[in-house]
Design a protein around this ligand. Structure first.
Ligand code: UN1
Length: 515
């Protein structure tokens, strides 16, 4: 590790690899002596740091703490909880550079995107502060005289947050900061591929947690599926599990939590497409495709995976896209000139390779890229060349989400056909149309248009703002998190009817009395 990296680790309270494992010594994070996890950087395959894990015993201690903390935290007025979240946002502002760099180091996304991820946390903190004064319930008119009816929203309890490596801290913030203003406490189980980013968050927020006496509100647990993951899913003390990851993972989570009638918020795989019509602004369509398909090395759940392009412009679109792909600098994500860093690990590289083989076998033609890329001096890293592949939409491989920079090109003749192809995948997260036609745009946004949770016009599929609800339909899992009224899932709704008269009329006009 170079000096700069050591400095960043030190700033964020993480031991360097040769100093031994970082252990849970701060508020809300418990580890057990013995088991360890090593975090490797995808940049060069080298170990960054060692982390002590938690076993099942530590899980129980932490859950006890979280449950006790909830009992007092829920009594703190929501605007006060908002103040605390504002200070968390301020800490994130201060540590933005260090945290953004650590994300790039541990996850491999380019530093600009690492910084963007921290900005997303800051944005959701601001959103949550405002929200803390807007947890509105409705009032309604009672059918009974001298009665009043309203709904109120109460804190829910311990929220389990299970996240993926690709957004190692923004997705935590979407959940934890909104849950916090709602009066919930959380238990965060990060991806075992990005534990350091999670520890960094815990350290960054620690002074604020101390100041507000909120020990046990933000809890972190890093451990195996058996010791930590399964107990969380099965634990009736956790009324809501918010899980981000693959559809296969979500199906398991949904089944286990559903079995105990717990609530889930699932944000799973996407198979996001952009429809490009012949009258689209090609410059914009190319730029958006490039960011959507190559950005984050194709490892966003919102990454653009399919282009559905009108036959008349297919040739020119593909030619220009290939030209743009040729200019993408692949390499060290810390280097400002780099546009695409490595994939997360060797399994991801193999997964990309398998998908390309399958695409070829099923009749596809690789038009550009696709192999591993070797970066001088970073031979241990997991670099690939992004791929463009001509396919038919119904190929089994096109129906799947491969978490890698593979872009499938599909062509169409009529808009109806484009929309049909667009919706003919099992997933339903994000979607976009690039068009100059108001008719095409409105059809895409209408009931007969995109079936996704996110549908954009002349904007790509990835890079959503935090203000909207985020999530998708079908195998994407149906959950909504982040902005808009997504907060409701973190609270429990109560309908209250108050009789302020001196009579006892029954609803539905029922007479029921002793005569
Ligand atoms: C994810 O990939 O899990 O819309 C989240 C986006 C980001 C969040 C992605 N704001 O691409």
């Amino acid at each position: 590790m170079d000096k700069k990296t050591n400095k960043i680790l030190q700033t964020l309270g993480i031991e360097t690899v040769n100093k031994g494992a970082t252990t849970g010594s701060i508020n809300g994070w418990i580890t057990t002596k013995g088991q360890e996890l090593v975090s490797y950087s995808p940049i060069d395959g080298q170990a960054i740091a060692r982390v002590a894990l938690a076993d099942a015993g530590a899980y129980d201690i932490l859950m006890e703490k979280a449950t006790t903390a909830f009992a007092s935290f829920k009594m703190m007025p929501a605007p006060k909880r908002g103040e605390m979240v504002r200070e968390i946002g301020n800490q994130l502002r201060e540590k933005k550079e260090a945290l953004g760099t650590l994300i790039a180091l541990e996850n491999g996304k380019i530093k600009a995107e690492g910084m963007g991820e921290v900005q997303e946390m800051i944005d959701i903190a601001d959103f949550a502060v405002g929200l803390s004064r807007q947890l509105y319930g409705l009032t309604m008119h009672s059918e009974r005289p001298l009665h009043r009816m309203y709904e109120q929203w109460h804190p829910l309890g311990v929220v389990g947050i299970i996240t993926a490596f690709n957004f190692p801290c923004a997705v935590w913030a979407w959940n934890a900061l909104v849950a916090a203003v709602c009066g919930d406490v959380c238990l965060f189980k990060p991806s075992s591929k990005t534990p350091l980013t999670a520890i960094a968050i815990q350290n960054i927020i620690a002074p604020v947690v101390d100041k507000y006496g909120a020990d046990g509100v933000f809890n972190l647990i890093i451990g195996s599926r058996q010791d930590v993951g399964m107990p969380m899913l099965n634990d009736p003390r956790i009324p809501l599990i918010s899980a981000t990851g693959s559809t296969a993972m979500g199906k398991r989570v949904g089944a286990i939590v559903g079995e105990r009638l717990g609530r889930t918020l699932l944000e799973l795989g996407g198979n996001n497409a952009i429809i490009v019509t012949e009258d689209a602004d090609m410059d914009m369509a190319i730029r958006a495709t490039l960011f959507g398909a190559v950005g984050t090395a194709g490892q966003r759940c919102t990454s653009t995976r399919r282009i559905i392009v009108q036959s008349s412009v297919r040739k020119i679109f593909v030619a220009r896209l290939i030209d743009a792909y040729k200019q993408v600098r692949i390499g060290n994500p810390m280097d400002e000139k780099t546009l695409m860093g490595p994939l997360i690990d060797a399994t991801a590289v193999a997964g990309m390779d398998q998908a390309l083989t399958a695409a070829r076998e099923q009749g596809g033609e690789v038009l550009y890229g696709g192999g591993p890329a070797t970066i001088q001096g970073l031979e241990g890293g997991f670099y690939v060349t992004p791929a463009i592949v001509a396919v038919k939409n119904h190929y089994p491989i096109v129906q799947q989400e491969t978490f890698a920079p593979i872009l499938y090109i599909i062509d169409y003749d009529s808009l109806d056909q484009a929309i049909e192809l667009h919706n003919q995948v099992p997933q339903g997260l994000s979607s976009a149309i690039f068009t100059g036609s108001m008719y095409a745009q409105e059809q895409f946004l209408s009931h007969k248009g995109s079936d996704c949770g996110i549908a954009n016009v002349n904007i790509g599929t990835s890079g959503a703002e935090i203000g909207g609800a985020f999530g998708g339909e079908k195998e994407t899992g149906g959950g909504r998190e982040s902005g808009s009224d997504a907060w409701r899932v973190y609270m429990r709704r109560q309908t209250n009817t108050i009789n302020w008269g001196r009579d006892l009329p029954l609803a539905q006009g029922i007479e029921f009395d002793i005569r």
